[in-house]
Write a protein that binds this ligand. Structure first.
Ligand code: GDP
Length: 296
């Protein structure tokens, strides 16, 4: 289960604090030191951790928590607030274009769960009464088009493909015409993934972006890869100015670092989380609920 280690450690720290009645500044310092270690062990970016701890310290001292009757609880509340705000504060909804079709570009490295998430997201939107079109723009990995078609069949969702001989920019453009013609109000473009970020891939994504003018560019990252996921997000964001992140495999035993660092490092919110391999295992991301879950 995700965040298990982090949650246990933080809950342990707070239990000690709550048990004390009164808290001295030394107690607070010691507790924050433990929180710091727990976050670093959960693979949270060290700069993010530093900021986070400073914020809590400032608030705890500033609000005269130490003098209050329930200082332990107040510290927990502050940590809960700061954890929520670290992950983006408010739930960040998917933007829809006022002039359909809304175009959503799905980007990410191979294996991140991009194609699966594209299918899941189309399913989520269909349940909300939308008429999505899936577009197969990953022409380099032979199985990718087939994978999207199989997903489309399972979900009873139309899939637009022009095989692997047409370039992705052309495919994307034709897909938009197709959507206009057939009344699809959301177009989800499954772009090419690579093992690593490379120039060619990025150039192609930039070209596709230019031609389709997407409302959303969602970067799919694998939560299990921790700091790497955050580095990937930083790089994609620099080049593509993404609008949000889909964090996958949060059902696994990830330490949680990616979920806690992505927003702070890129400025872009996590919009959805993948909670399993099944096609309905995609959920909107709620920072407040996640924070409460971590803190128990
Ligand atoms: P792509 O190369 O980025 O398109 O990745 P795929 O969509 O093919 O997914 C790679 C693997 O990750 C597949 O086995 C998926 O079933 C799995 N996967 C994707 N999302 C999740 C998730 O949220 N949880 C789990 N447990 N597995 C996932």
């Amino acid at each position: 289960m995700a965040f298990e280690g982090l949650g246990e450690k933080l809950q342990g720290v707070f239990k000690k604090l709550k048990g004390k009645g009164k808290i001295s500044e030394t107690d607070l310092k010691a507790a924050l030191r433990e929180v710091r270690v727990a976050l670093l062990e959960a693979d949270v970016n060290y700069k993010v951790v530093k900021n986070f701890i400073n914020n809590i310290n400032d608030r705890a001292v500033g609000q005269e928590v130490l003098e209050s009757l329930t200082p332990g609880q107040q510290v927990v509340k502050i940590v809960n607030d700061e954890l929520t705000s670290l992950m983006g504060g408010e739930t960040s909804k998917l933007n829809m274009s006022s002039k359909p079709p809304t175009v959503i570009m799905m980007v990410g490295l191979q294996g991140s769960g991009k194609t699966t998430s594209t299918g899941k997201l189309s399913n989520y939107l269909k349940k909300q009464g939308r008429r999505p079109l899936l577009v197969a723009c990953d022409i380099y990995r032979p199985a990718a088009i087939k994978q999207l078609q199989v997903l489309g069949e399972q979900l009873e969702m139309p899939v637009f493909s022009m095989g692997d001989k047409t370039n992705p920019v052309e495919i994307a453009k034709s897909a938009l015409d197709h959507a206009m013609h057939y009344g699809n109000d959301v177009v989800l473009i499954d772009t090419a993934g690579r093992l690593h970020i490379d120039e060619e891939l990025m150039e192609e994504l930039v070209k596709v972006k230019k031609i389709v003018n997407p409302t959303e560019i969602l970067l799919v990252v694998d939560a299990m890869t921790g700091q790497d996921a955050v580095n990937v997000a930083e790089r994609f964001n620099e080049l593509l100015d993404i609008t949000g992140v889909v964090l996958t495999k949060l059902d696994g035993d990830t330490r949680g670092g990616a979920a806690l660092s992505v927003k702070a490092v890129t400025g872009k919110p996590i919009k959805f989380v993948g909670m399993g391999e099944k096609l309905d295992a995609l959920e909107p991301f709620h920072p407040d609920r996640m924070s409460s879950r971590i803190l128990g």
